[in-house]
Design a protein around this ligand. Sequence first.
Ligand SMILES: [Zn+2]
Length: 338
Amino acid sequence: MSFESVIGQKDLKQRIGAFFSGNLPQSFLITGTKGMGKTVFSEELAKSVLCMERTPSGSCGTCASCRYFEAGTHPDIKRINAEDKSNITVAELREKIIGDQFITPQISSSKVYIINGDELREEGQNLLLKSIEEPPSGTYFIIKVSSSDLMLPTIRSRVTELKLAEYSVSEIMEILRRQFGQTVSDEKMKIAAEFCSGVPGRATDLLGDEDLETIRDEMLSLVTGIADLSYTDILYTVYPFFEKNKDRVEMLLVNMLWILGDVSVFLSLDDPPGSSIMNRDKDVSIKSFAESHRYLSQMKIGKACEHISELRKMLSLNVNFETACCGMLIKVHKELAR
Ligand SMILES: [Zn+2]
């Protein structure tokens, strides 16, 4: 496995390819939120650095170093994680890095430390400063962290940052297919890929989320039924579902937008192509809703979508959840009511 087999991250792979053909920095910072594949990326980078027949696309997969690496027995790679506490202690760093970094590698001509930056506090970072600034010859540091903000400016200015980019829907589909094979339907994978905001780990979590289908069904009955509900119903029966799913309200809202988008398609086309429908597995219900709500104009639907998008923006600004959410539901009700 070289970088060719890592899905996505075209720009980063190009940069790394250029490093491998020229000067290879010795200290890297790999950044990306949880679920972005920092570990996969750091491991491939480490393997390529250690590889004895490296090419611009990474490790060869066949040299002695690659074979040790794949077997999980390579002596020249050290992974530094907090042992039992939530942070890597200064004592652990002294023992595993400071006291180890000058020891000659055993298999490769280099050695690599992969450090979990999310578990590295200020004093640990300060201790590592010197090593990271002037690493011993042949010694490489890869710090993986969910955000570069968690690193001291003095560390940030001494490392080469590789920021993992959001994955496209098709890249996420590829990652999911590799992971789940035939055990999960394409339809389901597509939903997870669309809802994960470009983060593969989130898509995986979604596929394991037994509530995914419940949420989709709830949102369908909400959108198709909200016009006929009273304010009391909205506040006392619809809102509690949002409250209960506060942590994934984004998914609820995106779902609502998709359903409204499908309604809009069915209102304007009698027989729309399948590719223009987001909720293909629910097309019969959405089509029949559109047919019985011919009075709905595209403008009304557009406005309802605006209220939902507005709420998405507001929630990122830390507004009162209940007020903002109920406000959106009432406004959508008004747009869709006859
Ligand atoms: Zn190799």
